[in-house]
Design a binder for this molecule. Structure first.
Ligand code: HGY
Ligand code: MN
Ligand code: MN
Length: 411
């Protein structure tokens, strides 16, 4: 909790959250603080070509059991999103060092660059590069919503590291994260044993119409990008309601130009975030959106272009690790539920290269990507305990609760 509070002090927001967009000076300040904590624990710290930072216990010649998440936030982020997974990883390693427990594998904890993707798409950029899913040059050349280039910003904050990418695959990866949704709280459950992550589709849509006078231009002569943008927002909400199930749709960004009260806009730029646990439905939602864009371009006489900012299919975590999480929760007397993740996470990238799963703890009122994001100390501690037990099982230690002599260390 002391570390959570100290990290929160870096670029805090009214209401309890943080604003540390990727590769900003605020991100740098957070990075510097966590790197110092890694070094205080005697970890060997590496920084790679996209600024991912991993601290690993020295003195072993086998691959580590890795924990981690992100410390960059959206502009109106909470203090737990991402930060919890990194700081609980530090806490687990500190507890193991203090206990003197001898493990057969080193523990590692990392924070991965630009998980949020809010300034530079796609999200999970750093961990995607780490596992070889995106070329580092392509990532470094990415231009953000403010026109800046990733590589320049990374160099400016001093985290353009030399460790090779893709990074070495860990033996296993376990990420603790706040749920960011309402499920655990609504069902009165303390721990989520996360089985999967839903598919993500981000599209940037640019609508070019004809700037005109708001007073003199009859509706019949208008080619109005703002009207088309509004139609798209209504369309995707109705699509989500029509699909039902896990389908969600969000228009998070709308920029109008020239954005003036008495000018029919020249252009509108908006983003559509579509997600579904089912790849088939997600692809169908994308196809229906594309068809609607063609219709609107014809009826309003505007030019519409669509650019994919991020596209990740649903990911299923390793059932053996999910089992360990579920058993660790029960062994510590916590209620536990198997569930999908609505949000994207670094763990979904590590699932490509090693056995991976996640631990969720409840978010009060399911609120996140909002300074009011909150999780109780008891729930945070329960999550950290389950994380500890899970990684101990994977690293050749025994669960911290009444070690079962008959139970061999899990492979
Ligand atoms: O977009 C997401 O789901 C994550 O917060 N980056
Ligand atoms: Mn997160
Ligand atoms: Mn987030």
């Amino acid at each position: 909790m002391a570390r959570i509070d100290a990290l929160h002090e870096i670029s805090p927001l009214e209401g309890g959250g943080n604003s540390r967009l990727a590769f900003t000076d605020h991100d740098k300040a957070g990075r510097d603080l966590v790197v110092a904590w890694m070094r205080d624990l005697g970890l060997e710290v590496t920084i790679d070509g996209i600024g991912n930072v991993v601290g690993v216990q020295p003195g072993f010649d086998v691959s580590p059991v890795m924990m981690g998440s992100h410390i960059d936030t959206v502009a109106t982020g909470g203090r737990f999103d991402g930060n919890l997974g990194v700081l609980s990883g530090l806490e687990v390693i500190e507890a193991v060092i203090e206990s003197g427990e001898q493990l057969t594998r080193p523990l590692a904890v990392g924070f991965f660059s630009n998980e949020e993707g809010a300034r530079f798409a796609p999200d999970m950029m750093g961990s995607l590069v780490y596992v070889g899913g995106m070329g580092v040059e392509e990532a470094l050349d990415t231009i953000g919503i403010d026109g800046k280039r990733v590589g320049d910003e990374l160099e400016q904050i001093g985290y353009l590291g030399g460790a090779p990418v893709p990074g070495t695959s860990p033996h296993a990866f376990v990420e603790l994260h706040v749920e960011q949704g309402p499920v655990l709280e609504e069902e009165g459950v303390t721990i989520g044993a996360v089985e999967s992550v839903q598919g993500i589709s981000w599209t940037e849509i640019v609508i070019e119409g004809q700037s005109n006078h708001a007073g003199t231009t009859p509706i019949r002569l208008r080619h109005d990008p703002a009207y088309v943008a509004a139609e798209i927002a209504v369309f995707v909400r109705n699509l989500a309601l029509r699909f039902g199930g896990d389908q969600v749709a969000t228009v998070g960004r709308i920029d109008l130009h020239p954005n003036l009260v008495n000018v029919v806009p020249a252009t509108a730029t908006l983003t559509v975030d579509l997600r579904n646990t089912d790849e088939g439905f997600l692809a169908q939602a994308e196809a229906e959106l594309r068809a609607r864009l063609v219709e609107l371009a014809n009826t309003e006489g505007v030019a519409i272009s669509a650019n994919v900012l991020a596209r990740f299919e649903p990911v299923v975590f390793d059932p053996r690790i999910v089992d360990l999480v579920e058993r660790a929760a029960k062994r510590n007397g916590h209620s536990v539920k198997r569930m999908p993740s609505g949000a994207g996470h670094d763990a979904q990238m590590f699932a490509r290269v090693c056995p991976t799963a996640m631990v969720f703890v409840p978010s009060v009122e399911g609120v996140s990507h909002n300074p009011a994001e909150f999780t109780s100390v008891d729930d945070l501690a329960a999550g950290a305990q389950v994380l500890l037990d899970t990684v101990l099982s994977l690293a050749g230690g025994y669960p911290s609760q009444e070690a079962h002599a008959s139970e061999p260390p899990h492979e």
